[in-house]
Design a protein around this ligand. Structure first.
Ligand code: AMP
Ligand code: MN
Ligand code: MN
Ligand code: MN
Length: 282
């Protein structure tokens, strides 16, 4: 099993676990390195570091920034960022504000569809912080109420782009997201490239633009991805000279099919992103 997981979420975004619980689970899974990569938030990092102190686990400062490329929502993971960088903090504050506003609008749209009073439940799921509310919380609420019978259906029927409760988001553009990460001394990683449902041609265009914009890495071996997809991503990472990242995208109990530290091994043709992160594996 790989001992480096560079993608997971705590309840500082749409995960269900506290950073301390993630550290305990990472230790149980015998991970050596864990990057906490909450959506548009670095607020869980301090607790993660504190919990990992004196243990065999090293926390890597991470974030997963929501961004737009040619009208397509993409996610860009930042690894090894300085959580005190003012440019990054200002950017994330804007994203958090937009997220809180969108949450209330989604609740209004659901109410119009007859699904009333979701907002208090959202706040309960998001530890009382409106800035943390994400679509995964709404999906969980629809599941809890028996309106859908799995999380995916909540997105397919209500929350995905173009569906009745979708609210368009003014997420930052790809170039700016990469700049925030790099100004904070981090490595910009294109998250789960196979999950955007792009044709191979469009995916190549995205990777070319991402590289051109200064992006340094892409995720290759992520959870629940088929071998042929991972091999395709590995070949693309080689072609576009991008380092390869890996991670579980663990979210805790609401997505039980994801487990911390669980994903395929990185294909040997890849340049591992941890070469850029001062991680020496022995
Ligand atoms: P948000 O940042 O609030 O727009 O929410 C994005 C998150 O929702 C992703 O990181 C996933 O956790 C979850 N998500 C998005 N699309 C789906 C989907 N089709 N099925 C299940 N979860 C999804
Ligand atoms: Mn998520
Ligand atoms: Mn993502
Ligand atoms: Mn994620």
């Amino acid at each position: 099993m790989p001992s480096i997981d560079l993608h997971c979420h705590s309840f500082f975004s749409d995960g269900t676990q506290s950073p301390s619980q993630l550290v305990q689970q990472a230790l149980a899974a015998q991970l050596q390195y864990l990057a906490l990569t909450d959506h548009d938030s670095i607020n869980g990092l301090a607790e993660a570091h504190q919990a990992a102190q004196g243990t065999s686990l090293t926390i890597i400062n991470g974030v997963e920034i929501s961004a737009v490329w040619q009208k397509q929502l993409i996610h860009i993971v930042g690894l090894g960022i300085d959580p005190q960088n003012t440019n990054l903090l200002a950017g994330l504050a804007e994203q958090a504000q937009a997220r809180a506003k969108r949450g209330k609008l989604i609740a209004e749209k659901l109410a119009q569809l007859g699904i009333k009073d979701t907002w208090p439940e959202m706040l309960a799921l998001a530890e009382g912080d409106e800035n943390r509310v994400g679509r995964a919380h709404f999906a969980q609420c629809l599941l809890n109420r028996g309106i859908v019978n799995n999380l995916q259906k909540a997105f397919d029927k209500y929350l995905a782009t173009g569906k009745p409760a979708a609210v368009p988001m003014p997420w930052t553009d790809m170039l700016t997201a990469i700049a925030w990460i790099q100004q904070a001394g981090g490595v910009a990683v294109l998250a789960h490239p196979a999950r955007y449902n792009l044709s191979q041609t469009k995916l190549r265009a995205l990777l070319a633009d991402f590289k051109q914009a200064g992006g340094q890495a892409m995720e290759v071996n992520t959870a629940n991805e088929k071998v042929n997809i991972i091999n395709n991503l590995a070949a693309l990472s080689q072609r576009f000279e991008l380092y390869a990242s890996q991670g579980s995208d663990y979210h805790g109990t609401t997505m039980p099919w994801l487990k911390l530290g669980h994903f395929a091994q990185q294909p040997s043709i890849c340049m591992p992103v941890w070469q850029l992160l001062n991680i020496n594996l022995n």
